[in-house]
Design a protein around this ligand. Structure first.
Ligand SMILES: Nc1ncnc2c1ncn2[C@@H]1O[C@H](COP(=O)(O)OP(=O)(O)O)[C@@H](O)[C@H]1O
Ligand SMILES: [Mg+2]
Ligand SMILES: [Zn+2]
Length: 231
């Protein structure tokens, strides 16, 4: 292998430039066809296209997880305590619990966090507690389609990088809901995958939503593995 220097006209801009060709057995195997400027321009265009594609994908991922109502939150309008905790949260095994009265902006703050995580290429999924309760019933449905849809979603809830459980304790948990939630918390914490949850209820009220035998294990996981921001 040897190299040779040759003057050539750039295939793109036509200007003459000094090309470094690679020869093998005196025959050129790599011939430089473009000047440095044009090679640079191609690289930059490629990077810009990749970035555009990445942003497009992230937007689609966020829209898939977030209902239209919560997509365009103005951070300045969020409660400062929620805004700051969500803004400073770093991806890691410790999640966040946002607690406060209805209308204070818990769901908005949580989706705003999801948006930021999507931009960091984390996969996200959001489930409303009512939907979660339905998934827990549907996974045992006789209807094959709804059964498998629920099983797949519950699988995704275990695996996703960041899971949002919105409105926990909105209604009393069913037995199936409790068993499933406990299993999910076990699984996610074991794999160091964080959870973000929101609730209108204080921890005492939340405790009362679970059956006596599962209150402790569920509440312990929530308090051990999430920082609770109460407004
Ligand atoms: N674009 C917006 N950006 C930030 N806050 C908004 C926006 N639009 C409405 N809000 C406020 O969001 C609040 C509701 O937020 P939400 O997250 O649904 O509350 P929660 O989940 O705590 O019940 C309302 O009080 C409303 O004033
Ligand atoms: Mg809400
Ligand atoms: Zn050129």
């Amino acid at each position: 292998m040897e190299s040779c220097i040759q003057k050539r006209n750039c295939a793109d801009c036509g200007h003459e430039f000094v090309a470094y060709d690679i020869l093998w057995d005196a025959r050129p195997v790599i011939q430089q066809q473009r000047c440095e400027q044009c090679v640079g321009a191609i690289e930059r265009a490629k990077h810009a296209a990749e970035k555009t594609e990445r942003i497009k994908k992230q937007k689609l991922a966020f829209h898939a997880a977030c209902p239209p109502l919560y997509r365009d939150t103005e951070p300045a309008r969020l409660h400062p305590k929620f805004r700051e905790s969500v803004q400073h949260w770093q991806y890691g095994p410790r999640g966040l619990g946002l607690v406060g009265i209805a209308g204070i902006g818990k769901t908005r703050a949580a989706y705003w966090l999801l948006k930021r995580m999507v931009a960091l290429d984390q996969s996200v999924l959001a489930t409303n507690a009512t939907t979660f309760a339905k998934l827990c019933i549907d996974q045992f449905s006789d209807d094959k389609e709804s059964k498998w849809a629920a099983v797949r979603t519950l699988e995704a809830i275990r695996r996703i990088d960041l899971w949002l459980l919105d409105d926990l304790g909105k209604q009393r948990m069913t037995e199936r809901g409790e068993v499933e939630l406990h299993a999910i918390l076990e699984h996610r914490t074991a794999y160091k995958r964080p959870i973000i949850w929101t609730s209108n209820s204080t921890s005492e009220v939340l405790r009362a939503k679970f059956s006596e035998e599962r209150t402790e294990p569920i509440m312990r996981r929530l308090t051990d593995f999430t920082d609770i921001i109460s407004v």
